[in-house]
Design a protein around this ligand. Structure first.
Ligand SMILES: Nc1ncnc2c1ncn2[C@@H]1O[C@H](COP(=O)(O)OP(=O)(O)O)[C@@H](O)[C@H]1O
Ligand SMILES: [Mg+2]
Length: 164
């Protein structure tokens, strides 16, 4: 790890579904240094949850393997990489389609990649069958000053409405 980012971290854990919450909460704790809004943090948590769940249920299916989560950040963005060494994806474009799933019995079937794409600003999926899958996601976080200005202007607008 070299210093071209403002901060970096890496997690590795076994592919047990109880570790999904561990990963989601750990990434949220790391991302919180960018002062994200509640909505921005919720988007990151949901995207991480979808990516990690995919490694556990699709990548490793009923076997136990290692899931890796790497985060890098700079002043106004965070990049999150979630990877496994599991079974991989044959056709990435097909896998990305809304509602496409190879496990139709699960809740919210087929919407994982669609959710990651809409909640994050960038999504890249790399996969090699029988080698594994790596999902890289990036999200821009509005700097606190801009958020404050926005809140201020909302406050000013309501003051104007109230005639203050
Ligand atoms: N880490 C992974 N390893 C192997 N296959 C995956 C992985 N992530 C996603 N896939 C494949 O892509 C499909 C679509 O994923 P997703 O959009 O999250 O929907 P869902 O998980 O509900 O099936 C999955 O059904 C699976 O076939
Ligand atoms: Mg999924």
């Amino acid at each position: 790890m070299l210093g071209i980012y403002d901060n970096e971290m890496k997690l590795e854990f076994v592919s047990k579904s109880s570790n999904e919450a561990f990963a989601r909460i750990s990434v949220a704790a790391f991302a919180s240094q960018l002062d994200p809004s509640i909505d921005e943090l919720a988007d990151i948590k949901t995207a991480v949850s979808e990516a990690v769940t995919n490694c556990i249920i699709h990548g490793y299916e009923n076997t136990i393997g290692i899931v890796k989560v790497e985060c890098k950040l700079k002043s106004n963005w965070i990049e999150i990489q979630v990877s496994d060494n599991g079974k991989g994806i044959e056709d990435i474009e097909l896998a990305k389609r809304p509602l496409y799933t190879t496990k139709a019995n699960l809740e919210r079937s087929g919407m994982g990649f669609t959710i990651m794409e809409s909640f994050m600003d960038e999504l890249k999926i790399e996969s090699i069958p029988n080698m594994g899958t790596k999902v890289t996601m990036k999200k821009y976080i509005t700097p606190l000053d801009d958020k404050n200005n926005e809140n201020m202007s909302i406050a000013n607008q309501s003051k104007q409405k109230e005639g203050i």
